[in-house]
Design a protein around this ligand. Structure first.
Ligand SMILES: N[C@@H](CCC(=O)N[C@@H](CS)C(=O)NCC(=O)O)C(=O)O
Length: 235
């Protein structure tokens, strides 16, 4: 049994998609990041960086006490390795290397840069910061070009097989327009995106807390909590 502590954002969806693809028994604790749930002491004990998602595995491989995991890259690897799916094992080191490369590319590149593009293009509440918009829109555009080239050479990001690298990237590619990127101009990204969108596991993962999606428009209070001094008031 896995508990997901999460919220319907691209990072939350990476993990909910993997859990659905694996068909794991799970329950969900909603952590509303717009109202400060991520700063609750009980959540910080499993996710010290006050970010969603995190998981608790009540049936760890060693049969010991429950295990908590934070950071999506670590969660995807933990679950894929435990279940022996969507990440080649150490004996298939070439395929494993490729999946790790594209997973790390997402964690260090596409995710953070697309997040900054969202921030400057949309979350600033009307404030106009042209340099921020230009810098992150350009970087995201460059990253999508890299992804399109990769997906022209290989069916999936990791190579021949669908993997956690694809699951890490897809939720960000879903909102590419908000990052200033039109998938119609990237034929291989579009082919990959559509193939993944048709997967029942992806659709099921996207249903997680779907009723909460967009229910909280960014307010001055949530903006302060996520980006301003509000983050520090609980210290
Ligand atoms: N590197 C982290 C990023 C997670 C992250 O940024 N989560 C956002 C939602 S998409 C969050 O929890 N934000 C809450 C906050 O900024 O206080 C991961 O991959 O797990």
């Amino acid at each position: 049994m896995i508990t997901q502590y999460t919220w319907p954002t691209p990072n939350g969806h990476k993990v909910s998609i993997l859990i659905a693809e694996l068909g794991l028994e799970n329950d969900v604790v909603a952590v509303d990041i717009n109202t400060g749930d991520q700063f609750a002491p009980d959540f910080l004990r499993i996710s010290p960086n006050n970010r969603i998602p995190a998981i608790v595995d009540y049936d760890p491989a060693d049969g010991g006490d429950p295990v908590s995991v934070f950071e999506t890259g670590a969660i995807l690897m933990y679950l894929a390795e435990k279940e022996g799916r969507f990440l080649p094992g150490p004996d298939e080191f070439r395929g494993r290397k490729s999946v790790m490369e594209w997973l790390m590319w997402q964690m260090g590149g596409l995710g953070p840069m697309a997040g900054q593009a969202h921030h400057f293009r949309q979350s600033m509440g009307g404030e106009d910061v042209p340099y921020g918009v230009e810098r992150y829109s350009n970087e995201v555009r460059r990253l999508y070009g890299v992804m399109d080239k990769r997906l022209t050479e290989a069916e999936w990001l990791g190579g021949d097989d669908y993997s956690i690298a694809d699951m890490a990237c897809w939720p960000w590619a879903r909102s590419s327009r908000r990052q200033g990127v039109d998938k119609a101009e990237l034929p291989s990204v579009k082919r990959w995106f559509d193939a993944m969108s048709a997967r029942p596991g992806v659709q099921m993962g996207m249903e997680l807390l779907a009723d909460k999606r967009g229910s909280k428009a960014m307010t001055p209070e949530s903006r302060d909590l996520l980006f301003g001094a509000g983050q520090f008031e609980r210290e």
